[in-house]
Design a binder for this molecule. Structure first.
Ligand SMILES: Nc1ncnc2c1ncn2[C@@H]1O[C@H](COP(=O)(O)OP(=O)(O)OP(=O)(O)O)[C@@H](O)[C@H]1O
Ligand SMILES: [Mg+2]
Length: 588
C-alpha cells in the first residue's frame, strides 16, 4: 500500500509501517550502512592495535599505526554520529508522515463517525501513538535488517565449518524461537492495552478540561480525577506487563545462545574425540556461536519492539477506518450578488444510528429563494436535525433534500457547504483571536466587509472597547466572551461568507431586547438577498418571518404565516402564547 492510501481493515501493521517508511527507504538504508561501517571501523581497531604492538616489539616506527588508529577512532565516532543522526531523522520523518496523514484524515471525519468516538482518544492516536513509531522505525527495520543479515551470514559460515554442529545450534535456536513465539503475542496485547489506556486517559482529560466550570460547579473534580488516574494506572500496568514479557524474550534469546554454546561444546567435543572434526574446527565454530549472540539478540529486540509499534499502528488504522468525507479541493465562496438558493425536503426519514429511533418520519417542505422561513416546534422535534441534514453532516435514510433543485448528495460537499452559512444553536467560538473567529469561514474577507458585519451584528461597540480590538484572544471555546457576544460572533462569521442560504439556529435566550431587535433587522435585511432559515425560539423572529414551518415529533404539522397558524394550528397557537410570549416577556 502507498502512504496516502487509507489502510483496509485487514492490513497487517507491518505493511502500514513499510508504507510509512517507503518514502524514506534510501535514508534508512544509508543509516543502516553507516551503522555497519561504524561496526567495521570498530572491528578494525584491534587489528591495528596488534600491528602497533608488533611494530613496537620489532623496534619499527609506530607513527603509521598511530595515525591509522587515530583516523579509525575519529572515523568511528564521526560515522557513528552521522549514522545515528540519519536514523533518528528518518524515524522522525516517519512519525511526521503518520501524523500528517492521520490528522488530515481526522479533519475529514464524518460527523456521524465523530458522534461515536471520543475526541481525546482520537487526539492520543495522533500525538502519543504516532510517537511510538519512532523507535519502531529504527529499531525494528534497521535491527531486523542488520541483525538478520549478520545472523544469516554467520549461520551460513557455520554450515561451511560443520553442518552437524550447525544442526545442533539450529535446534537450540528453533526451541528458543518457539518460546519467544509464545511470548510475542502477549507483548502485543499488553502494548495494545497500554495504548488504549493512554487513549482513555486523553478522553477523560478532554472531558474534564472541556467542561471544567461545570465539573467544578458540580463538585465532581474528585470523581473525574479518579477516572483519569485509573486510566493512567492501567496504562502503567499494561506497559509494565509488556516490559516483563519483553525482558523474558530478551533473556530467552541470551539463554538460548548460552545453551547452544554448551551443547556445541559437548557435541563438538565428542566429535573431536571420535575424530570426526579437529580441534581447530570446534574452536572456529564456538567463535561463530559467540558472534551469533549479538545479532540474535538484536533480532529478538526488534521483534519485541515491533509489538509496541504494531499496537500503535493498529490504533492509527482504526482511526483511519472511521467513515470520512472524500478528499476534495476547497470550493470558492459565492460571488457577491449570487442568486439565493431554493431548498426542498421530500419525504425525508432519518435516524442518527441504526439502533436509534427515527427523528424525522417523512419531513417535506419547499422553500423558494429569498425570504425568511422560521422553524418552530417543541424541543426535540427535529429542527436542528433539519439543518444538520442540509449541511450533509448526516445522510437521510430515505427521501431527498434538494438545493437549487439538485439532490444534495450530488453536490460536492465543499461546494455545498460554501453556499451555506450556518450559525449553530450553541454558537461555538474557537480559541484564538476575535478576528480569527470572524474570518474562519471566509479568510479573504476585506476590512470593509468586516466593519460592516460588525456594525450589523452590533459587535462594533465591543471591538472598540477592547484594548486589542480584533486581536483580543477569546479563550478556549470563547469563554472570555459573554453568551450573547458569542452568538453575535457566530452570526457575523456566517454573514461574512455571503451565503446563498443562511441557517440560523436561534439559541433559546442570550440576546437582550436591543440586540434582539438589531438582529431581527439584520436577518430581515439579509433575507432580501439570501434564503434564510431560522429555528425560532422568539416571537419577534416568527412574526417577521415570511413563512413558518411547524414541526412536531419529526413531522411537519403545518406551514403558514403567523396569523394563519395562530388561527389554524392548535400546537402553534399554544407555542405562541406560552413559549414565545414567555421568551418575549423575559427579554422585554
Ligand atoms: N447526534 C445525535 N445523535 C443521536 N441523537 C441525536 C443527535 N442529535 C440529536 N439527537 C436526537 O434527535 C432528536 C431531535 O433533535 P434536534 O436537535 O433536531 O431537536 P430540536 O428540534 O432542535 O430541539 P431544540 O428545540 O431543543 O433545539 C432529539 O430527540 C435528540 O435527542
Ligand atoms: Mg435544536
Amino acid at each position: 500500500m502507498a502512504v496516502d492510501e487509507t489502510p483496509e481493515a485487514g492490513t497487517p501493521p507491518w505493511r502500514m509501517l513499510l508504507a510509512y517508511a517507503r518514502p524514506h527507504r534510501w535514508a534508512l538504508l544509508a543509516g543502516a550502512l553507516l551503522s555497519l561501517a561504524t561496526g567495521a571501523t570498530g572491528l578494525a581497531l584491534p587489528l591495528v592495535a596488534r600491528s602497533l604492538i608488533d611494530d613496537l616489539s620489532e623496534d619499527r616506527s609506530i607513527a603509521g599505526a598511530l595515525v591509522l588508529m587515530s583516523v579509525l577512532v575519529v572515523a568511528n565516532a564521526g560515522v557513528g554520529a552521522l549514522g545515528s543522526y540519519v536514523l533518528r531523522r528518518t524515524a522522525e520523518s516517519v512519525v511526521l508522515t503518520a501524523r500528517r496523514r492521520v490528522s488530515s484524515y481526522l479533519l475529514r471525519l464524518r460527523i456521524s463517525a465523530l458522534d461515536r468516538t471520543e475526541p481525546g482518544d482520537l487526539m492520543a492516536r495522533v500525538t502519543s501513538d504516532s510517537t511510538l513509531l519512532r523507535e519502531v522505525t529504527t529499531d525494528t527495520l534497521v535491527g531486523l535488517g542488520t541483525g538478520g543479515l549478520t545472523a544469516v551470514a554467520t549461520l551460513v559460515l557455520m554450515g561451511v565449518v560443520d553442518p552437524v554442529l550447525l544442526g545442533v545450534t539450529a535446534g537450540v535456536i528453533v526451541a528458543a524461537g518457539t518460546v519467544i513465539g509464545f511470548i510475542v503475542p502477549r507483548i502485543n496485547r499488553a502494548a495494545k492495552r497500554a495504548a488504549e489506556s493512554v487513549g482513555l486517559m486523553g478522553a477523560a482529560l478532554e472531558r474534564v478540561l472541556g467542561a471544567l466550570r461545570t465539573v467544578k460547579a458540580s463538585g465532581a473534580e474528585h470523581r473525574e480525577e479518579q477516572a483519569v488516574h485509573a486510566a493512567a494506572q492501567e496504562s502503567w500496568r499494561q506497559s509494565v506487563r509488556a516490559a516483563k514479557w519483553s525482558a523474558l524474550a530478551g533473556n530467552t534469546a541470551g539463554l538460548s545462545m548460552q545453551v547452544a554454546f554448551i551443547t556445541v561444546l559437548a557435541v563438538g567435543g565428542a566429535r573431536v574425540a571420535t575424530g570426526s572434526i579437529d580441534v581447530g574446527t570446534l574452536v572456529a565454530f564456538l567463535l561463530y556461536v559467540f558472534y551469533l549472540m549479538s545479532p540474535i539478540q538484536q533480532v529478538v529486540a526488534a521483534v519485541a519492539q515491533y509489538q509496541t509499534g504494531a499496537a500503535a499502528l493498529e490504533r492509527i488504522r482504526e482511526a483511519q477506518q472511521l467513515p470520512a468525507e472524500p478528499v476534495a479541493a476547497p470550493a470558492p465562496l459565492p460571488e457577491p450578488g449570487a442568486e439565493p438558493a431554493a431548498l426542498a425536503f421530500e419525504d425525508v426519514r432519518f435516524r442518527y444510528a441504526d439502533d436509534l429511533p427515527y427523528v424525522h418520519h417523512g419531513v417535506s417542505f419547499g422553500i423558494p429563494p429569498r425570504g425568511m422561513t422560521a422553524f418552530v416546534g417543541p424541543s426535540g422535534a427535529g429542527k436542528t436535525t433539519v439543518f444538520s441534514l442540509i449541511e450533509r453532516f448526516y445522510e437521510p435514510t430515505d427521501g431527498r433534500i434538494l438545493l437549487d433543485g439538485r439532490d444534495v448528495t450530488d453536490w460536492e460537499i465543499p461546494a455545498l457547504q460554501a453556499a451555506i452559512g450556518y450559525v449553530e444553536q450553541d454558537a461555538p467560538v474557537l480559541s484564538g483571536s476575535l478576528g480569527d473567529n470572524l474570518l474562519l469561514g471566509n479568510a479573504a474577507a476585506g476590512e470593509d466587509d468586516v466593519r460592516a458585519v460588525l456594525r450589523t451584528t452590533r459587535l462594533d461597540g465591543l471591538v472598540a472597547r477592547l484594548p486589542q480590538g480584533l486581536d483580543t484572544l477569546v479563550g478556549h471555546r470563547g469563554t472570555k466572551l459573554s453568551g450573547g457576544e458569542r452568538q453575535r460572533v457566530a452570526i457575523a462569521r456566517a454573514l461574512l461568507r455571503r451565503p446563498r442560504l443562511l441557517l440560523l439556529d436561534e439559541a433559546t435566550s442570550q440576546l437582550d431586547a436591543v440586540n434582539e431587535a438589531a438582529l431581527r433587522d439584520t436577518v430581515a435585511e439579509v433575507s432580501r438577498r439570501t434564503t434564510v432559515l431560522v429555528v425560532a425560539h422568539r416571537l419577534s423572529t416568527v412574526t417577521s418571518a415570511d413563512r413558518i414551518v411547524v414541526m412536531d415529533a419529526g413531522r411537519v404539522r403545518a406551514v403558514g404565516t403567523h396569523a394563519e397558524l395562530v388561527a389554524g394550528d392548535r400546537l402553534y397557537a399554544e407555542l405562541a402564547t406560552t413559549q414565545f410570549l414567555a421568551a418575549a416577556a423575559g427579554t422585554a
